[in-house]
Each structure stands twice: as C-alpha cells, then as structure tokens.
Design a protein around this ligand. Structure first.
Ligand code: ZN
Length: 147
C-alpha cells in the first residue's frame, strides 16, 4: 500500500464520495466559514442547537478530499452531542493528529489517524473542527457571561 493509499483509507474515501449532511443550511442558527489557504479548502459549517445540544450539523464548500471527508465525518460525530462534548471531541482529534494519545474515544474519527504522518494535511483535516468552534463561539460567549 502506498503512503497516499494509506492516507486515503476506505472510511475517508467513503465520506469523500458520499458526503453526509452536505448542503447550505438555511435553518441553521449558527454559521461559520473557514478557509485553509495553504490547500485552497473552503468550508461553511451550519448548526442547529437544542439547548446545550447540537441537534444538526451540516457543511458546504470545496477543497481536497481530506478536508471534505473530515467535514462530513465531523457532522456525523457532533450531531446529538452537547457543545462541551463536541469541543472535547475536537480536542481529542487534535491530539491524535499531533501524535499524542487522545483524551476520549474518537469512534470513526480514529480513521484520520494516518494524517498525523502528513503534517501539511493536518490543517485540511482540522478545518471542519476549527470552523465548528467558530460556529459555537457565540454560544460559548453567552455561557461564559452567566456564572
Ligand atoms: Zn486540503
């Protein structure tokens, strides 16, 4: 298996070919746009919240296979989780991609592990998560304001 084939594992390829939750989200209250100029990746993430919980997550955009597959995987991973859980999951993925042991169970996101060996691709894989964090920032701001 070549390094590139190893990087583009089946699960990543599947998300790239059949992206989940893709499309502009008119109903989403939380939106953010993220860019990775190094690669030309561009993503928009839309969320609907149900109290503390992320009810739905969607993405739209264009870019390399890793950025799009990672965004598709992100939308599936965070739907139904609380904001805190989603942020913790993002932190665990960051640790994994730095070659550190992740703090929590990553589920399908573990498939992105191979990207740790391709530093130039780490930004591609994390773009969906940094954009998610931006989309949640307004919500977090409100929470920090109350004791
Ligand atoms: Zn990329």
């Amino acid at each position: 298996m070549s390094a590139l084939e190893e990087l583009y594992q089946d699960l990543i390829l599947d998300h790239h070919r059949h992206p989940r939750n893709r499309g502009a989200c008119a109903a989403c209250a939380q939106h953010a746009r993220g860019e990775n100029p190094l690669c030309g990746d561009s993503l928009e993430v839309g969320l609907t919240l149900d109290g503390e919980r992320i009810a739905t997550a969607s993405f739209d955009g264009h870019g390399c296979a890793i950025s799009q597959a990672s965004a598709s995987m992100m939308t599936e991973a965070v739907a139904g989780r609380t904001v805190e859980e989603a942020l913790a999951l993002g932190a665990s993925l960051r640790a994994l991609l730095r070659g550190e042991p992740p703090a929590g169970d990553l589920g399908d996101l573990q498939a992105l592990e191979g990207i740790a060996r391709f530093p130039v691709r780490i930004k591609c894989a994390l773009l969906a998560w940094t954009t998610l964090e931006q989309a949640l920032a307004a919500t977090l701001g409100r929470k920090e304001a109350s004791p």
